[in-house]
Design a protein around this ligand. Structure first.
Ligand code: GLN
Length: 309
């Protein structure tokens, strides 16, 4: 601390040093060919405080696709339009299975366990698709507003690559459709879903975009109320139990914050009332979470004493 204030910048610099041994660990996601081209060894971390300050260390200019962290924004836009009615189509329970698992859908009448696994995000996209005339445009505009970067764009090579290798995600969507839990054309909804996953930004932008999660629903950039405080509390609770797929329990134990990961190696973590953290490093563990990203958050939680419990 300097003058009683937290010196976020030096803590972030120390985090960068701390994670060096982890940077060569894990593997880049290769089931999406365009993601397989990412290089190990890269790392960046940012904090967006409730007061609207941004701190960043590591490869701050590096851009990556948001991947499954997009599921948080998809849920946010869907909750704005449906409120609690959305929970008729997707559950609130941890899945305990891989993010791209199909098995529970078969036994649970096509209702995915939660909105943060692929099936849950895809059905949430289907719900959004019914209420938006231009879903990809609306989604991109939300990111542009909340990051303050009007130039933010979609990595079309990644979106196309995901679409060309969509078989598992398509299988989930068709299975849900067979149970009557899907209203629009599967292929069209999948195209939107992949475009949502392929929005490209840097780590500070990622932290800004999700600042509303740590600020009672108000975006620190636009001062706009994105969701009511009560819904943000609910969303954070779901992130805590389900944000890291089948490793949510381990992440909760080690880091103690609500979080959401993606296969690009991005993770966001939330300390309600204080800040949103974004971290990125492409080496993934076996369940698809960033090895250095989790190590960084664990270190940071210790340094800042910020686990929420
Ligand atoms: N776009 C990826 C997919 O559908 C997102 C998965 C992830 O980040 N876990 O497979």
């Amino acid at each position: 601390c300097i003058f009683g204030m937290t010196d976020y910048q030096s803590i972030l610099e120390r985090t960068v040093s701390h994670v060096q041994p982890f940077l060569s660990q894990g593997q880049v996601a290769d089931y999406i060919p365009a993601l397989a081209e990412q290089h190990l060894g890269q790392f960046a971390i940012a904090i967006q405080t409730q007061a609207g300050e941004t701190f960043c260390a590591g490869a701050c200019d590096a851009k990556f696709t948001v991947q499954s962290v997009s599921k948080v924004m998809t849920l946010t836009l869907a909750l704005q339009r449906y409120g609690d009615e959305l929970w008729q189509r997707v559950g609130k329970e941890p899945s305990g299975t891989a993010f791209n698992s199909l098995t529970q859908l078969e036994f649970e009448n096509g209702i995915p366990r939660n909105p943060f696994i692929n099936a849950g995000a895809i059905v949430t996209c289907d719900a959004l698709y019914s209420r938006l005339s231009a879903p990809i445009h609306t989604m991109l505009e939300s990111y542009r507003m909340q990051t303050g970067n009007p130039k933010l764009s979609i990595n079309k090579v990644v979106a196309q690559s995901e679409y060309e290798h969509r078989y598992r995600n398509a299988a989930m969507a068709y299975l849900m459709k067979s149970f009557g839990n899907f209203n629009n054309e599967v292929e069209e909804v999948l195209w939107s879903y992949f475009n949502f996953c392929a929005i490209e930004l840097n780590v500070a932008e990622l932290a800004k975009c999700f600042s509303y999660l740590s600020n009672s629903g108000v975006c620190t950039q636009t001062k706009q109320q994105i969701l009511p405080a009560k819904q943000v509390k609910q969303l954070n609770s779901l992130l805590f139990t389900s944000g890291l797929y089948d490793a949510a329990g381990d992440f909760g134990y080690r880091v103690g914050m609500p979080g959401k990961s993606g296969v690009s190696g991005a993770i966001i973590a939330v300390v309600p009332g204080r800040f949103t953290i974004a971290v990125w490093s492409p080496g993934l563990d076996k369940v698809g979470n960033s090895v250095a990203g989790i190590a960084a958050l664990e270190f940071l939680a210790e340094e800042l004493g910020t686990a929420i419990f």
